[in-house]
Design a protein around this ligand. Structure first.
Ligand code: BGC
Length: 426
């Protein structure tokens, strides 16, 4: 008998700008300004030493930095949901593109709203639970023009948009995710300065983070007011900080500080505004003095990207088993937990099956240990546009041929499908 609770959500995710194609938002504008430069001078957010040669080659092509038609999911959504269903998944996380719904201030586009209602109806008609994200990193151009999330007015505009969407889609949606990874967006765009507005300003970063969290809290209350039966959360990126030597006092202090900054201060601030915790897990960061410093990538004194035998194509060290420790740490909030994203860039599908196997063993262990886990959503359903890294990284359970828009299911997706089949409890 399976250990997973009845109604467990097994699925995969996408976000509008990354898959839909033909979007017109602030990222579309930004891409055009950097495509030339980024294809001539490769930009790496992590350790280029472990980045695959495939990605390195893809990064030299200018078109890869322009989202363009992306995976044409706006038109092909039925086909993609059919594929998701054929893989035995029972839920689909996707996002609504604010710039389509509200291309101009005060103007709501009925056709776009209808499109998203059609997507939801199609999911429901196929017994797929839609998990709907309201904001996944993109803003309408007019919002960017008033200063984006640095401007407190954006919170009010977001609420008007959220109200319209939630009223329009009615009670068809049970699971809402308001804001995706506020801390990643604010840190990447306003602190590290490697995406979109490219600022390196602590004040702006704080303001943006504050406003995004404010938008989450206010939209949580709004959605609950409109439909008290809905279940609402944020999607929080959780970084696992691993202690090389758990007894080392200095390292424990560093871990506490980083954990607070990166994870808990955000979760603490929104814990009363979440019916469940949506968690995105990708990263383990090691604290302590590595045995052979040369093999490690230092990202701060005594803080390293650990050395391992497995890396994703983007050069991210893979420690899927640590999802167990993340989940155990989150027990303190006493809330149901949804893994809202978890995955890797792997064009050859070399590690994905292993990654899923390790993940599932850890999920089972965590449920045994009393974690109230309600679902696992893999990132991603489809290959897609990976923001400033462009089309190189291939996160999909389903491969997309961007020239022909053909889909091909990767072998690891069949493994996931078999695992679901063996573990589904209706
Ligand atoms: C984001 C996705 C992104 C994925 C892989 C997450 O942080 O929500 O949009 O594609 O990570 O980098």
């Amino acid at each position: 008998m399976s250990i997973y609770p009845r109604g467990f959500l097994w699925g995969s995710a996408t976000s509008s700008h990354q898959v839909e194609g033909n979007t017109n938002n602030d990222w579309t504008v930004w891409e055009k300004t950097i495509a030339d430069l980024y294809s001539k001078t490769p930009h790496y957010s992590y350790n280029p030493k472990y980045v695959s040669s495939y990605i390195k080659t893809e990064k030299t092509k200018k078109d890869n930095f322009l989202s363009g038609k992306a995976s044409d999911h706006y038109n092909l959504y039925k086909k993609d949901i059919d594929l998701l269903k054929s893989l035995g998944q029972n839920s689909y996380r996707f996002s609504i593109e604010w710039s389509r719904v509200q291309p101009k201030e005060g103007e709501f586009n009925e056709e776009a709203l209808k499109h998203y209602r059609d997507v939801i109806t199609y999911c429901k008609g196929n017994n797929i639970e839609p998990i709907v994200t309201l904001w996944h990193f993109t803003n309408p151009v007019w919002i960017a023009q008033i200063g984006g999330w640095e401007n407190t007015q954006t919170v009010d505009y977001f609420l008007k948009y959220a109200k319209k969407v939630v009223e329009y889609l009615g009670t068809e949606v049970k699971y809402w995710i308001t804001i995706n990874e506020p801390e990643v967006y604010s840190a990447d765009c306003y602190l590290a300065g490697n995406k979109l507005v490219q600022k390196k300003n602590f004040y702006s970063y704080n303001k943006v983070l504050f406003n995004l969290l404010k938008a989450h809290k206010a939209s949580y209350l709004l959605i609950k007011h409109l439909d008290n039966n809905s279940l609402v959360s944020i999607a929080k990126h959780f970084t696992y900080f691993h202690l090389r030597d758990p007894l080392n006092y200095t390292d424990r202090v560093i871990k506490r500080g980083l954990d607070w900054f990166q994870n808990y201060r955000i979760l603490n601030s929104i814990e009363n505004y979440c019916d469940f915790l949506g968690i995105n897990f990708y990263f383990t960061i090691e604290i302590g003095s590595p045995k052979k410093v040369s093999n490690y990538i230092s990202i701060g004194p005594r803080v390293f990207l650990d050395n391992t035998s497995r890396y994703s194509d983007l050069g991210w060290p893979l420690f899927p088993e640590n999802i167990y420790k993340v989940l155990i740490n989150l027990k303190r909030y006493n809330k149901p937990i949804l893994i809202a994203e978890n995955g890797l860039a792997d064009v050859e599908d070399k590690h994905r099956k292993w990654f899923l196997q390790k993940t599932f063993i850890s999920l089972e262990k965590s449920i045994e240990a009393g974690v109230n886990l309600i679902g696992y959503i893999h990132w991603s359903l489809l290959d897609n546009f990976e923001w400033s890294d462009g089309f190189g990284p291939r996160f999909g359970l389903i491969e997309v041929n961007y020239k022909t828009q053909e889909r091909r299911i990767r072998p690891s997706a069949y493994y996931y499908s078999k695992y679901i089949k063996d573990n589904i409890t209706i």
